[in-house]
Design a binder for this molecule. Sequence first.
Ligand SMILES: NC(=O)c1ccc[n+]([C@@H]2O[C@H](COP(=O)([O-])OP(=O)(O)OC[C@H]3O[C@@H](n4cnc5c(N)ncnc54)[C@H](OP(=O)(O)O)[C@@H]3O)[C@@H](O)[C@H]2O)c1
Length: 345
Amino acid sequence: MSDQLLRWGILATGRIAEKFAAGVAVSGNGRLVAVGSRGAERARAFAQRHNIPHAHASYEALLADAEVDAVYIATPHPMHLEWTLKAARAGKHILCEKPIGMNRGEAARMVAAAREHGVFLMEAFMYRCHPQTAKVAEIIRGGALGEIRVVQAAFGYNKPFDPESRSWKNELGGGGILDVGCYPVSFSRLVAGVAAGKPFLDPVEMSGAGVTHPQTGVDVWTAATLRFETGLIAQVSCSVGVQQENTARIYGTKGWLHVVEPWTPSRNEGRAARLRLHRASATAAEEILIPHQAGEYTLEADTVARCVRAGKREADEMSWADTLGNAAALDRWLEIAGVKYGGEG
Ligand SMILES: NC(=O)c1ccc[n+]([C@@H]2O[C@H](COP(=O)([O-])OP(=O)(O)OC[C@H]3O[C@@H](n4cnc5c(N)ncnc54)[C@H](OP(=O)(O)O)[C@@H]3O)[C@@H](O)[C@H]2O)c1
């Protein structure tokens, strides 16, 4: 780290890399120093758009750049493993897009590499770094909802079928569970944990149903029920072929909380994020506003910078154990939905 600013290298130049780069650009804790792409022209154009001094024509060259402290891995999911392992070997701190790997086995290898090489590693669940998520935890702990018994959370979009797109292609880890289902699962595990006085809980049982695409075998729409040891039950759903409400509700013995925009609370740039607390004793919902501080990608980059500065290797917002537990739950959901990747099966 130079002058206390974390120096970022962006690995891959797709859609989310654009958003993250824009987020770092307005961060007070980091700056963009390099980008790497499989295509020289794409790297150059990305660097120009985001005012990045170094454009590398390969991911290897990015990892060899001595000015880079931390890399943001923004490839499709099946490539996260390879580039996280290589980045750890190169001594770079790592923010890797969700899902961290294709399964729990990959996630465990990535965590082991970060541990071995003494680098920071976090799975990029940006909503965990937003103050709205901390507020939800505070409300649960404060007891306004009573005993938490049910969580409902969904994340799903409808994208026209395209056999070459990341959402649909088997070789690119297509399907909803890995792309967006990972959010409601991580949210339910977080809520179950907070309600039990822990950072997270893993489900003891999962069941559900799913519909896969006849051509590519990826999950198109699916729902699952998670049961936790405390009795809490979560209903989660996701899709690449259905537009859902993309919201979350937490139900307790004294009332319920509607988290209107759980995944992208800063979506309405500049506007406060909203929670609606429905107390069983009240006729109207209470609106709780979380003032806008910064976009979620800026907050995520700031979280990484703060951890690195403090010498931490993992973040409280998304710890390694939390990542491994989430990956295990996703493995189970994929099994329930009948999804197989590559040569599996
Ligand atoms: N946290 C969030 O809000 C969020 C949102 C969307 C996506 N994501 C995650 O971010 C990752 C990337 O998603 P995206 O939507 O940005 O994908 P995308 O637009 O398809 O971009 C992926 C990039 O990865 C690189 N790449 C490397 N190998 C590739 C291959 N075989 N095929 C295609 N691209 C390849 C390409 O960059 P170069 O050509 O420059 O090498 C490409 O532009 C996924 O894991 C996804 O789950 C997170």
